[in-house]
Design a protein around this ligand. Sequence first.
Ligand code: FRU
Length: 450
Amino acid sequence: MTYGELFRPQFHFTPAAQWLNDPNGLVTYAGEYHLFYQYNPEDNVWGPMHWGHAVSVDLLNWTHLPIALYPDEHGYIYSGSAVIDWDNTAGFGKEAMVAIFTHHLDHHQSQSIAYSTDKGRFWTKYKGNPLVPPPDTIRDFRDPKVFWHENGDAGYWVMLVAAGDAILFYSSPDLKRWTLRSRFGSGYGSTEGVWETPDLFELSVDGSLETRWVLTVGVGDGAPAGGTGVQYFIGDFDGESFSSHNPKDTILWADFGADFYAAQSWSDEPNGRRIWIAWMNNWQYAEVIPTSPWRGALTLPRELKLASTPQGIRLVQKSVSELLNIRGEHWHWRDEAIADVNAELLKKVKGETLELIANFEVTEVPANQHFGIRLRSGKTNHTTIGYATADQSLFIDRSQSGFIDFSPSFPDIHTADLAPLDNAVKWHIFVDRSSVELFANGGQVVLTER
Ligand code: FRU
């Protein structure tokens, strides 16, 4: 496999061929990070969903493995998660890897499981599937995310399932018998689109002993850059139900670019980090992105933390430290004044894969200025990352980014509010041929764009 095709990312995960959407079943076991994903092996558009599979020891170099889960008499295999059943609560065997996913048949969705006792290579679907039918006539009932929860002396499994405009919370002693405990949503945050692919985890605030629970939810429409996006809530989880610490109408977005969806975090990350990854795409145009023979890519894996900001506690994301190992040739400048269009300064910097760290002092910038960087500049095309001082906003302009006319919703300028931090605007950017990830001010604001 050359991976030399036009637009093929070099350090982001892509399937060798055919269609990929959501990351699924993220779990670490025996030194391997497992990545399953929504996969259609027959075509490079969405279709009968399988779980594709890859493993990695460093979250960057992935080994493709055979398909893990195939559609069956209960339907397509939609998104879900995976856990290691350390105490053999399900009775599938010592340290079984258990996948919890949605079966989709016609318009009926229900939750099912499958297990592997050989490090995720060979999978057996549970004979009692499907296990959890929708609680009422709801059609959208999918994407189970499961984790083990210790509550005082008791430990049990918790499952989140997206259901229309809400998240349902279940619990189980054995991954088979699930009891509905609570629901959250219906009027909280962004409700413009259907809720999908939830996740829930506890994080320390500013690295202290204080913690908060973070509920993340994919929203099918109405994200800041249009179409699909990921919102999050900060609050508490008491083992049965989630409560938000913010008013109902607070909307927090994990990413302000167009291409960050269906994010999920790894279970059992061996270094205690909370790392997530997302599908680097948008349902608005995912099926017509002009790549072949594959279609679909994932974002960089990102480590999550919570930070106190003047606006309140917020999620911050940074690229995982493993990425430092693939750095190459390095250029460095400091104390440069940026006056007018200074195309000379970065002239030497060329490449299809780049990491850029840029700190702009903004103390003396006139009130109505734009500054920034043009990426992948050719004679007529480029992508601009910029900052507008007048309204303190960050933007990525991809309206002149080459082959952009495959969908009217693709060429656009996407913006996010960003107040300077210590009188500076700080960027950490990854360019991978056809993608840009921009982490601003320590990852408080992120934009991900194809
Ligand atoms: C999110 C999603 C999930 C669903 C899967 C189907 O992108 O719509 O809700 O399980 O894709 O492929």
